[in-house]
Design a binder for this molecule. Sequence first.
Ligand code: FMN
Length: 172
Amino acid sequence: MNTFLEIARSRYSSRKYKSTPIEREKLELLLEAARIAPSAANRQPIVLYVITEEKLRNEICTTYHREWLKDAPVIMVGCVNKTEAWVRSDGKNHGDIDLAIAIDHITLQAAELGLATCWICNFDVRKCSTILGLSENIEPAVILPVAYPDDEDKKISHLNNRKNLEGIAIWK
Ligand SMILES: Cc1cc2nc3c(=O)[nH]c(=O)nc-3n(C[C@H](O)[C@H](O)[C@H](O)COP(=O)(O)O)c2cc1C
């Protein structure tokens, strides 16, 4: 069995995909990983679109400028329900944090299953909302392609470009 760190190290941003369909059971495991994620005040203010239908996938691809997204057989769109999310007394809405945890669970579960993912936040949010017919309080925050990878050579090298521990941790 793989340790947690082995799975975490094997996750990378894959940007080259096989067109092989993803088994429904595997997609359900990804969603289960998201479902059990923690969230502020347990509000669970997330909505996950799982888009397999080709026409809708192609529409979502128009919100992002990279061609490789089109090859993914599944595109998830992670949304935050801003009115459901917990808001701290200083006004900070925690929905983005909650969604990030859920998406991270998905990427790690995907890595364990040998599936590729890539966080995409640099997309046209307004256009994506229109395509999905979202109400004002539901904000799409991340597009996540899910596929079998066609660039597994990147699996190790992506970790070369990380700060060392001294660069991120302060011990007192
Ligand atoms: C919040 C977030 C937003 C990101 N947005 C994009 C994006 O729009 N396009 C893209 O190609 N990669 C995007 N990435 C992927 C990062 O570039 C990538 O995680 C980083 O370079 C580290 O590489 P690795 O994921 O392979 O370890 C995003 C990652 C995160 C966490």
